[in-house]
Design a protein around this ligand. Structure first.
Ligand SMILES: Cc1cc2nc3c(=O)[nH]c(=O)nc-3n(C[C@H](O)[C@H](O)[C@H](O)COP(=O)(O)OP(=O)(O)OC[C@H]3O[C@@H](n4cnc5c(N)ncnc54)[C@H](O)[C@@H]3O)c2cc1C
Length: 387
């Protein structure tokens, strides 16, 4: 039976809960809002399938074909505009749906919680567009995907690298009709913090949220905006780096514990294709950059290459230097650093409002500021002495 020694050893992928033949594992939220398996021992038959499919216990040992990197833009600007980077994921959806396949990905539900669902028609795929910066709940989607695969349907499954490794592990065999796509991942924020944020927005604005975009491009792709529309017609629009939720997210104070030591960074991957933002594109393919979003597409397998060729007539594509692309996108290969204020933050939100808890946890204290100043002055003195 699966045993969790420390929280860092669970990415919350739901593989164990999906595989249990007795349904004796359920995923329960902890006090930080992240899901962990809870086992009802009375029902357990000690089949150990839960351990067998855990992608952290059995890290995928992928010695794969060489990874190839491309800069890609969907030629349909309308779609690219509402996607987070170059709108490549929508092209993959178009292809799979045209083959009467099924697409799995992350959407907002009616209360703006983020969860995985599947879609069989092109219309529904619009909900997948755009990065939602919170951990998406996998639920029973691995089980559903397996049923479609066993019935011979083409399945496109997208998610964070841990979710895709979880699926791969859960399936326990390779399916020719499965396309696995992961998104490069900074780390996933707490669903509890996100929920508190939505509640505080609704309370302050005395209206329910009707639309949310973490990465609106109306102020540019590099200087994206955070947008919220409310049911009563009000609207909030802030530059992403000014938005309090994004500031907390990018300061790494409320990511899942496993994200600080993510086991699914490149070159380990189960995915056929990895989608990322091509940060730094302006310095290497200047003519390609129009500040409307370019995807960095990493092709990890032969299947991934075949699929990319199938959608390439609807994209502008150039082969690119993988080393350069990775240097500009550090979280494709490495984990974020643990923020020492993380514990303080989770204690603060128990008694204070979210905004002030974030501000207190991301702002350097006076002592920290003094220490930084001393360190940087010492660095300058050292450099002068060396010269
Ligand atoms: C939490 C998170 C962190 C990220 N961190 C980075 C990063 O550090 N560097 C980088 O280059 N790119 C990162 N990305 C990926 C990037 O923002 C784009 O999603 C990616 O480039 C695809 O863009 P697109 O234009 O092709 O498609 P889009 O249509 O914008 O992408 C939508 C895809 O993202 C998936 N998705 C959206 N939200 C979630 C979620 N919460 N969980 C799982 N899957 C989700 C959808 O299922 C769909 O497959 C991150 C994405 C997420 C969700």
């Amino acid at each position: 039976m699966i045993k969790l020694n420390k929280k860092q050893d669970c990415s919350g992928c739901h593989a164990c809960a999906n595989v249990c033949p007795k349904q004796c594992i359920s995923m329960k939220s902890d006090n930080e809002g992240f899901c962990y398996p809870q086992i009802y021992k009375d029902k357990c038959i000690n089949c150990n399938l839960c351990e067998k499919v855990c992608p952290i216990i059995n890290i995928p040992n992928k010695v794969d074909d060489k990874i190839t990197a491309y800069a890609c833009k969907n030629i349909d600007n309308k779609t690219r505009n509402v996607s987070s980077s170059g709108g490549v994921f929508s092209l993959l959806c178009d292809y799979v749906i045209s083959q009467k396949g099924i697409v799995f990905g992350a959407v907002f539900d009616e209360n703006f919680n983020v969860k995985h669902i599947y879609v069989e028609e092109l219309k529904g795929c619009e909900r997948f567009r755009g990065s939602k910066y919170v951990q998406s709940k996998i639920g029973d989607t691995y089980t559903k995907a397996k049923k479609f695969l066993d019935n011979g349907k083409i399945v496109l499954f997208s998610g964070t690298p841990c979710q895709i490794s979880g699926l791969d592990s859960f399936l326990m065999k390779k399916y020719e009709n499965l396309i696995m796509v992961d998104v490069a991942c900074h780390g996933v924020p707490s669903p509890l913090v996100y929920k508190k944020y939505i509640e505080s927005l609704e309370e302050k604005n005395r209206s329910k949220v009707s639309r949310l975009s973490f990465r609106d491009k109306s102020t540019g792709w590099s200087k994206y905006s955070f947008i919220v529309d409310f049911k009563d017609g009000k609207k909030i629009k802030e530059i992403g780096s000014d938005n309090i939720y994004m500031r907390g997210f990018l300061s790494d104070i409320y990511l899942r514990p496993s994200c600080y030591d993510c086991r699914f960074k490149k070159p380990i991957t189960s995915a056929d294709i990895t989608l990322a933002d091509y940060w730094g594109i302006q310095n290497i393919h200047q003519e390609f950059d129009d500040d409307k979003g370019v995807s960095l597409v990493l092709v990890n397998t032969k299947k991934g290459q075949d699929i990319l060729e199938k959608i390439s007539s609807n994209m502008k594509v150039i082969k690119t230097d993988i080393e350069y692309a990775m240097e500009n996108n550090p979280y494709i290969v490495g984990s974020v650093k643990y923020n020492k204020n993380r514990d303080k933050f989770f204690k603060l939100i128990e008694k204070e409002d979210l905004e002030s808890s974030i501000i207190k946890s991301i702002t350097n204290t006076f002592i920290q500021k003094v220490k930084c100043k001393i360190r940087s002055s010492l660095g300058k003195i050292k450099r002068i002495i060396i010269k």
